[in-house]
Design a protein around this ligand. Structure first.
Ligand code: SF4
Ligand code: SF4
Length: 314
C-alpha cells in the first residue's frame, strides 16, 4: 500500500499510485451476476444513499425491455446461462416495464435478485398481482431482497424518513405471507457489533414471522459503509499478497452493471454497482466490450472492496 513520498495525487493515474507503485487491477472472468440499474428515481431519499437516489434524481433513466434484451442475448451467446441477474435502482418497481423485464429474464432461465425498499411502488395492486404471477410461475428463481437499514424503527427512519420502517414492514409481511424467497439488507452505519445486529434482526424476524434466517449471511446481508470522505491507502499489485486477498473475489471480477444515462442513445456497462457515475469505470456499450480488466483507481476500491470486504451480491 502506498504510504511514502507522493509524486502525483492519489487515485489520479489508472496505472500508477501516488508514490509510483503499480496500481492493482482486477481481471474479468465469467459473469456471475449481471446487474441492471433500472434508474435512479426513488420514492424516498435516504441520508446515506450511495447513488444519491431521490424522487428527482434521474441521472440514470428507467431501463426498458429494448435496453435489456441485447444483454440477455449476449449472455446466451457467451454460454452464460442460468446466472444471477440483479436489479437495483433507485427503486426498481418505479420502472414502468419492470414486471415485463422480470418475466423475460426468468423465462431465459436466470435467477433474479430484486432489490427493493418494499414500499408503495411495490405495493401497488398492479405490481402485487404481477409479482404473485411471477412467484407462481418461477418460485424460488426470484429472490426479493428488502432494504431494512436497522431492526429498530428510530434508526431506520433516521436514514429513510419518518414512517418508512412501518411501510417496509408492511411490504415485508406481504412478501413473506405470499411465500416469496426473501432476504434483508441492513446497514452497519451505527457501528454495532455483527452478533448484536443479527440478534436484533432475529427478534424482529421472529416477531413478524418473516421467512428469513438471520444467521445466514445471504439472507441477512449487513453492508459495510461506503464513506466518500475517507482517505484510504491505494491498492498496489503487492497488496494481494500482503492482505492475503484474492482479486477474483471482488465484485468487478465477475459482475457488471448496465446503466442508461440521461440523454444517452443507449445503455452502457460499468464495472460494478458501486461506481455508476465515474466515467473511468464505464467500460463500453456491450457486455463484450466490458469484459476487460479494471484498474482500482477509486477510493471505494480501497475502502469498501479491498479493505472493507463489501460485495453487493454477498
Ligand atoms: S431506497 Fe435505496 S435507492 Fe432509494 S434513496 Fe434509499 S438507499 Fe437510495
Ligand atoms: S469499487 Fe470495488 S467492485 Fe468497483 S471497481 Fe472498485 S474494486 Fe472493483
Amino acid at each position: 500500500m502506498a504510504d511514502t513520498e507522493t509524486l502525483v495525487p492519489k487515485f489520479s493515474d489508472p496505472f500508477v499510485t501516488a508514490n509510483g507503485e503499480t496500481r492493482a487491477e482486477v481481471i474479468y472472468g465469467r459473469t456471475k451476476t449481471l446487474w441492471f440499474n433500472t434508474g435512479t428515481l426513488c420514492n424516498i431519499e435516504c441520508v446515506n444513499c450511495y447513488i444519491e437516489s431521490s424522487p428527482t434524481n434521474d441521472r440514470l433513466v428507467y431501463l426498458t425491455m429494448a435496453d435489456v434484451l441485447p444483454y440477455l442475448d449476449e449472455l446466451d451467446e457467451a454460454g452464460e446461462t442460468g446466472i444471477e441477474i440483479g436489479f437495483t435502482g433507485g427503486e426498481p418497481f418505479m420502472a414502468p416495464q419492470m414486471l415485463a423485464i422480470l418475466q423475460v429474464v426468468l423465462e431465459r432461465g436466470h435467477s433474479v435478485l430484486m432489490l427493493t425498499n418494499a414500499m408503495q411502488p411495490m405495493m401497488r395492486p398492479r405490481v402485487q398481482e404481477g409479482l404473485l404471477a411471477l412467484r407462481e410461475q418461477f418460485g424460488a428463481q426470484l429472490t426479493m431482497r428488502v432494504s431494512l437499514d436497522h431492526y429498530q424503527v428510530s434508526y431506520h427512519d433516521e436514514e429513510r424518513g419518518a414512517g418508512s420502517f412501518d411501510l417496509a414492514i408492511k411490504g415485508l409481511r406481504w412478501l413473506s405471507e405470499n411465500a416469496f424467497t426473501l432476504a434483508l439488507a441492513g446497514r452497519t452505519v451505527w457501528g454495532e457489533d455483527e452478533a448484536v445486529s443479527r440478534a436484533g434482526y432475529s427478534d424482529l424476524i421472529a416477531k413478524e414471522a418473516l421467512r428469513v434466517d438471520p444467521d445466514n449471511p445471504t439472507e441477512l446481508v449487513l453492508f459495510p459503509e461506503m464513506r466518500p470522505d475517507e482517505d484510504p491507502p491505494e491498492i498496489t499489485t503487492a497488496c494481494w499478497g500482503i492482505l492475503d486477498k484474492d482479486p477474483n473475489e471482488l465484485m468487478c471480477a465477475s459482475q457488471r452493471m448496465v446503466v442508461k444515462r440521461k440523454g444517452a442513445a443507449s445503455a452502457s456497462v460499468v464495472a460494478c454497482t458501486l461506481l455508476p457515475y465515474d466515467e473511468q469505470f464505464e467500460l463500453g456499450q456491450t457486455l463484450g466490450e466490458a469484459r476487460k480488466s479494471v484498474r482500482l483507481n477509486h477510493s471505494y476500491c480501497a475502502s469498501f472492496c479491498v479493505l472493507g470486504g463489501g460485495s453487493c451480491s454477498a
